[in-house]
Design a protein around this ligand. Sequence first.
Ligand code: BES
Ligand code: MN
Ligand code: ZN
Length: 477
Amino acid sequence: MNFLFEKGGEAIAVLVFKGAEKVSEANDLYSFVKERKLFEGKAGEVYSSPGNGKDVILLGLGEEYKLDYQVLRKAFYSLGKEAGRLKLESIGVHIPKFEDKCYGKTLKAVSEGLIQSQYSFDKYKSKSDQRVYLKEIYLQVKDDNLEKAKNVVSETQILMEGVFLTRDLVNEPAINMYPEVLAERAVDSLAPLGVKVDVFGKEKIEELGMKAFLAVSKGSEKEPQFIVMKYQGDPDSNEKLALVGKGLTYDSGGYCLKPADSMAAMHTDMAGAASVIGAMYSIAKAGLKKNVTAIVAACENMISGGAYKTGDIIGSMSGKTIEIGNTDAEGRVTLADALWYAATVENADRIVDLATLTGACVVALGSVNTGAITNNDKFMEEIKVASTLAGEPVWELPHDEEYMELFKSDFADLKNTGGRWAGAITAGLFLREFVNDKPWVHLDIAGTSHLSNPMGYLPKGATGIPVKTLFYLVKDM
Ligand code: BES
Ligand code: MN
Ligand code: ZN
């Protein structure tokens, strides 16, 4: 999709607030459809009038006082979908300065919404659905903002490439997406952008003493891979953020086998890993002047004669021992070593982890909010600012010390399960034991990284959440 900053397009879109008296372009059409109650201007509503050489699409923005960037994203997503339905390859739209709204953020939301409408994962369909993609978007922007507008839109394009990369990785079925493939995809997409990617196989993982990570991987025929991706956008600074992503390319539950329905989407249990790869892609391509290291411990949680079992007491790179109460609570066990590596070997100043960690988080927050836990309120504040900017809501969960009682073990330092209650919290606090007191935020994306039904501008399947949040966090830190 190409953005051009001039007049043009096979069709023009006309923006309409709900109940507007008149509109600046195509007012005759608007009066006609308004009178007949064919179009009211509700947020995301479209009315198109094809033909006569130039198509017009009326695009509703809802009530003016309710306008925000999320409404804009959704509305322009609808516009993109409508253009597809009309088989248009280009559209033009004039972007006004909305009262109380930042023009740059408006352009970001507009371009993002349009780009969002173009995503599909159809590589496995033998008959393609003859879909027409938007090739050109003609944006008429305020003249004095032209350079800034171009920069803002090109940044959004780069950001959305990262989001789409993440979605493609997550949507890929486990038959074709196992640890070695994930590592290869990380190398292929990041190395050309100057990111240094190191991939460690089983032998090196053993050497590093990652007993916890290895224990989870033992049931699978696929070799585990430890992937370290380093981006040095600010070589003069020692400061470094670590992004650690859960990388279970398949989670059967292990001997605590999941029921069939719960297992169905478990090829997406590497969404955290895919998010850090997508975020690194956008961060590097945009050339952000920050240092970021992304870390993924990739493996499968499977069943075999060699698989780990309940009651096992295993070691970890940190030296702490872990009693396995449930083989399906495997994500935290792999992350224990990945986080410890980030905090010590990498010696990162701050750590964010992203993980499809618990069903309990989905029960609590559904698919709307990502759950979060921190050991540092200031850092959490920064994440919240970034997530608001991104339109990817985050809800902080409590971390009272009393919760720690729940995953005490009688025979080891810790147990990997905390029982039925407060599952998202105990899982998060388990991770905290492995960050060596570094400022840390955990994001549980079990509900938000993958959807069973489309929501707003997000498609069914992988959403790419929270790539945008990570990008803005790094950009503004
Ligand atoms: N990968 C799952 C969590 C998950 C659930 C992700 C639903 C996406 C959607 C995780 O490994 C898991 O199985 N967690 C268990 C933990 C329990 C055994 C303590 C869970 O949430 O049931
Ligand atoms: Mn599991
Ligand atoms: Zn899992």
